[in-house]
Design a protein around this ligand. Sequence first.
Ligand code: CTP
Ligand code: MG
Length: 232
Amino acid sequence: MMAGIWAVIPAAGRGTRFGGEVPKQYLRVGGQLLLEHTLAALFAHDAVLGAVLAISANDPDWPGWTSFAGRPLLTCTGGATRAESVLAGLNALPDDVRADDFVLVHDAARPNLALADLAQLLERGRNDPVGAILAAPVRDTLKRAGDDGGIDGTEPRERLWRAFTPQLFRRLHLQRALEGAAGAGIEVTDEAMAMERQGLRPLLIEGAEDNFKITTPADLARFEFVLAQRGR
Ligand code: CTP
Ligand code: MG
């Protein structure tokens, strides 16, 4: 029996790149909110005990759920950046989540997480002293652009990975790392980056490439396609 784990879900973004009135996490797709698909993917694993969602202050679109899949959903007010929202979520975790317990951080806008990848992250990540993230190797050839839009050169991609979520770190350790970055005025774009700043080396765990984040309407169309395929 695997030890239980809590999740923090940053869901306080406004989706400026996506556009539109309603933030992307609250768009209806396949008969459910995008956020519901994300929660379902996460709670598909029995070890997930509950989640804290960081949402916008007075969020008019938040449906007010207090549980999901029979497990508790807590909310807190997110911040101006993703990192601030994650920090708020960590602070709002229940007291029985201990300082050295691992927690998952997963984007509300990343609905296509595979259960097998989550299981891998939990099994292998919790054996790492620091923690781990799901990621996939870069497949495209990478070009460095000059100011005029011309190509200055080709960058080696051999050791480059795309960072996904969930990311798995210890509660207090992650909190300190995020506070450290904020104190130094550095906006970290994922949890691993905050740990790296401390000279630590989280483990990369290769996951499916289709654990994509909904950033633009084209990504939502891709997810609709995925849902249609699943239906068969
Ligand atoms: N997020 C958050 N608080 C913020 C900014 C982002 O909780 N201040 C969350 C988003 O809701 C999303 C995740 O972090 O689930 C990943 O961020 P991103 O894809 O950038 O979403 P948005 O910030 O909403 O989109 P954009 O950057 O286009 O405005
Ligand atoms: Mg953003």
